[in-house]
Ligand binder design. Sequence first.
Ligand code: 5AD
Ligand code: SF4
Length: 438
Amino acid sequence: MKIFLETYGCQMNVSDSGKIVYLFAGQGYQPTTDSKTADLIVINTCSVREKPELKIFSALGRYIPLKRKRPELVIAVGGCVAQQWGDKLIKRCPGLDIVFGTHQLDILPDLVSQVRQSRKAVALTDFQERPGGMEVMPAPAAEAVNAMVTIMQGCDNFCSYCIVPYVRGREYSRPHAAILEEIRRLAQLGIKEVMLLGQNVNSYGRKEKGEINFAELLAKVHEISGIERIRFTTSHPQDMSEALIFAFAELPKLSPYLHLPLQAGSDAVLARMGRGYTAADYLEKVRRLRRAVPEIALTTDIIVGFPGESEADFQETLAMLEKVRYDQIYSFKYSIRPGTRAAGFADIIADEEKRERLARCQALQDKISQEILAAQVGRRAKVLVTGASKRGAGEWSGRTPENRIVNFRASEDTRSGDLLPVKIVAALKHSLKGEVVG
Ligand code: 5AD
Ligand code: SF4
């Protein structure tokens, strides 16, 4: 039996898709990249930043006709769009067999068996107290150096532009014992770096009685031998505690790297977004972080063209890029998510204007990113080897502790997962070039 999986969107979706493949491997399914020979097609959808419906309807328009030749084919849609549409998606797309929500990942194999027997379409999208799928622990690939570990899901922040709380549900933190057990197992299987995942990891444990907090969780992960590097995403600046800042200084395995979404530089826009901090609050957190870990690399998310964003507001976003000097930014044009608060806001910015602001934002950031990379030349770094470089022939690829990509030549007995001392000799557009030293 073969499963064909199409994944859109964020790291959480990529992680969920890994879990789906793992669940079906246990049922004898092998992944395939050819939809025409698949027995099961799963589309894992995302609706955070775009209007994904057209893309999904067109994918289903390609896959549903495959059933004529392969009547036993089962087609399932999951993720954020499935969560929003529910059984309406089945009515809209006859031939679609399964719609499963973001809390139904673990029961997908049961739904597939059920549909194979009954040949009746099914939609299940109820939110559970504990989202199904949190405790699915996929085995890493043989060569894998890093692994994602879900520690919490959902969000209670309700930023005015964001669909996540509606499609992923309320915050739920996984018991820390289960998280640590999974990471211990990953370490035994050779994983060197874990990425702790959640929509709002800083509030880990906040709602669960007696649960430890995020900084305490990091300290416990730090004790696991075999794990060399710890990263996490996503942090909300508002919930970034002093204890977390302290953890960066105290825990050597915690990568000096942080993704800290800013969204906008204007206080008026931040207030309308419901972010709970001002630009000055944000800068103060950055100042404290850099005092604790001077070399820390920061990345961020930016939205341009939020309703009512004036040219002066936008200039404040640019000013923040200059002040913080991020390694990289992920910048997006604001796009309306029906059902969110901001969907009702006046003073919509024209698409043309949004496009122009996005281009200016990215041009400024390209310059800053380039300067930061250039400043690395001459430095030495412990590089975690992640695999052979795409360029081939004796070239390897790895990451510095600050998560910067380095390509370098190394001996043939080099292996993924090795930690090598590397001197940075050149800066390219998006990566560094190094030489192994010592
Ligand atoms: N429009 C544009 N960008 C958005 N994001 C979330 N919702 C929207 C939206 N409606 C961006 C934010 C968030 C990232 C995951 O996606 O920057 O941090
Ligand atoms: Fe969305 Fe805000 Fe929650 Fe992030 S913190 S997932 S932007 S609601």
